[in-house]
Design a protein around this ligand. Sequence first.
Ligand SMILES: Cc1cc2nc3c(=O)[nH]c(=O)nc-3n(C[C@H](O)[C@H](O)[C@H](O)COP(=O)(O)O)c2cc1C
Length: 422
Amino acid sequence: MPTPLAAPLTLPCGATLRNRIAKSAMSEDLADAGGAPGERLSRLYARWGAGGAGLLITGNVMIDRTALGEAGNVVIEDDRNLEALARMAAAGKAGGAAVWPQINHPGRQTPRFLARVPVAPSAVPLTLSGAVFAPPRALESAEISELITRFGRAAGICRRAGFDGVQIHGAHGYLVSQFLSPLTNLRTDDWGGDPERRRRFLIGIVRAMRAEVGPGFPIGVKLNSADFQRGGFDEEESMAVVVALEAEGVDLLEISGGTYERPATSGTIRQTRASTLAREAFFLEYARKVRARTRMPLLLTGGFRTRAGMESALTEGPDGRGAVDMIGLARPLAQEPELARGLLDGSVSESRVRPRRTGFTQLDSLLEITWYSYQIHRIGNGKEPAPGVSPWWVLAKMVWRALASRRAAPPLHPRRDIHPSA
Ligand SMILES: Cc1cc2nc3c(=O)[nH]c(=O)nc-3n(C[C@H](O)[C@H](O)[C@H](O)COP(=O)(O)O)c2cc1C
């Protein structure tokens, strides 16, 4: 019997994805100094595109070159990178996958060396080291409208570059998620004060994008089930956002969780009392609740490693409809770029990726990110992943590289229109 992973999926806008495996976003940090993707990104996406997944969601693509999450993010502000973007899209699509850029703004989650005064809904600093993250200033109302326009414009440019859809990064504590959380959004104007106003920024972005891309082009959203912080964005508020996104005609909702302060995506924070499948897929319980409330197609990411676990999430329940419609894989595809093909043709039953744990949540999260980034860079450079390499060696190498690029970086020149007081 063919695996349910191989079934095509038609989205509300009419576009069809060739199967149920998505490569979830992983920041590549491989763009040039102008935010343009080059050969390394084309090589990387060609490899992933040939690897069998139906959908490739790119790593963070930023809408403002003065607000990056990491040095080396792709930036889309206007048409200047259009040709480079078109080459990247064509490379990823060559093997038959759909490619969707993940559109993002980091807000306060930008390192100090990239933005001296980051912007955020309110001037609430991260509880992480002030040496790394500078305190943000609150956005002015006109700037918020300008940012929504930028998100919309970026989506339109993606469409013209030949990408097949876009995803809004509404998770992991970046700007959209900062607007959604009552801990980071203390505003009492049109953009905060109650759940409906906290989600206006996200809803405004969906509408601005739809106006730019038209009805037949997929728009997805990555959303936190919760931030896992007391008094923060909780499941109930997240569910209300889900209902609102369905009313806006969002095509694919990706479920995730956590922030820089509470990094839940690497599996370092999760319940231990749970079924085997729920232990494999971090946010499955929440996905089941979402399924009961909406018909919006769902993509679940975080922890999937076995074909049996993935198939069960796609088919469970009395009607066989499953808890979700698609399975998202991130770290496994950085180490095993052809994993999707093996899962689809039955030659592989599980990923060989295993967690590395010191017991210190922040450190574990950092070790995971740097180790998988290293593998991504290797693929971009035309090499094979190196699963045997020590995470400590990789961490030291990445820190050295970051310090070197910091010394070489030109001084920051924040633009007046977006950061008037920076
Ligand atoms: C190196 C690396 C970079 C990541 N970058 C992003 C990103 O740009 N955007 C995003 O939404 N998630 C990002 N993530 C999180 C993944 O998309 C995913 O949610 C997480 O790794 C859990 O899925 P997994 O267990 O399949 O790896 C990143 C993860 C890793 C390891």
